[in-house]
Design a protein around this ligand. Sequence first.
Ligand code: ADP
Length: 391
Amino acid sequence: MEPDCLASLCLLADIVTQTSNWKTALDALIEALRSAIIFDNFAIFRADANGQISDVAYARAVGRGKSGEADVAWGESIANQVLSVGRMVLQEPQVSLNTDRLQRPYLLGLPLKAPGQTIGALIFVRFGGPVYTEEQIKIAILAAALVSSLFEREIWQEKMAECEAIQRQMNLQEEFVATISHELRTPLGFIKGYTTTLLREDTQWDAATQREFLTIIDEEADHLTDLIENILETARLQSDTLQMTFQPLALERVIRDVVVRAQTRYKGMRILLDLEPVPLIQGDAVRLAQVIENLLNNAAKYAPGSPVSIRLWQEKNRVLISVADQGPGIAAQHLPYIFDRFYRVSDGKTHPGTGLGLFICRQIVQMHHGRIWAESEPGHGVTFFLALPCN
Ligand code: ADP
């Protein structure tokens, strides 16, 4: 083997092992291959589980007069052949008097293999010849083996990411079961305890104490209802059975109603409003109110005593709402996950909760073709933003 050829092989192997992104690796591979094989176009066809072409993963034109991306049709027929036979296919043009070199493609197709299956085909084309030499074919075979391992690595990386996501979800669910048992037991414990106390025949309670105990029972029953409603809502969202009634909606009205309710619930909560006139949107008033209410409930829970500012304004064809508090905020590493199902930053002892509130908010906003996100500077509070389309 020529020293030049050996150097090319080493370079190819090096590129594949050193480059983590497969597209970058392929770009570098093409450059390195060009010093060993002359070709005009190069394409990689990926196969589906049935061995049929699923997509063109990569196409490059390095030669004269052709664009790889725009014209991969030249490779499709040979790629199909490679996939059906699972072996190398070499196609040379019939001897003809045609002097247009673009009409005389020399095609070399190689299978991309993973254990037990053909995962694609790698195709070289050289317009107008000459024929591929034995040495060039060997290098092409090695290139195909390297590309196969690149794709396999890609498949494994995707599978790993999927496994990690599933694992994360399973951990969250396990935590959720633990949290939910605790969350259900606590109010039930209060209700049972105070009811038993009131029913004791050996003790007389004065009217004020009776009222105090009944108030606790009442509040805890409400808490239990909220909790169960959240869990059911999540189940409905996941089975796509949550009903929405869309109609033209004045968001200012929705916000003002929610604020009145919040101020009854959280006596002393300071809510500052800055509501600009905005167009009507198509939406479900009850559900959108639920989103804003949930943000206010969170502000009351996680930023107690802090004033809350609500803004409403329009930006081009969307209407935005922000709800900002001046509480402890949320650390950057948690921000991407707070809208995930069951995700909680706080522990259950300090702040009861299920990690479902923001998940439900996001689902509702997405059903309105909108977006919800949060920005936070820890120590200076958190601002939740809602963007909804207005036409
Ligand atoms: P829950 O309140 O039941 O835990 P949510 O989905 O409503 O669930 O919120 C997810 C997490 O986001 C909470 O556990 C909390 O740590 C954090 N969070 C939400 N709102 C705020 C806020 N206003 N300030 C600080 N942290 C917040």
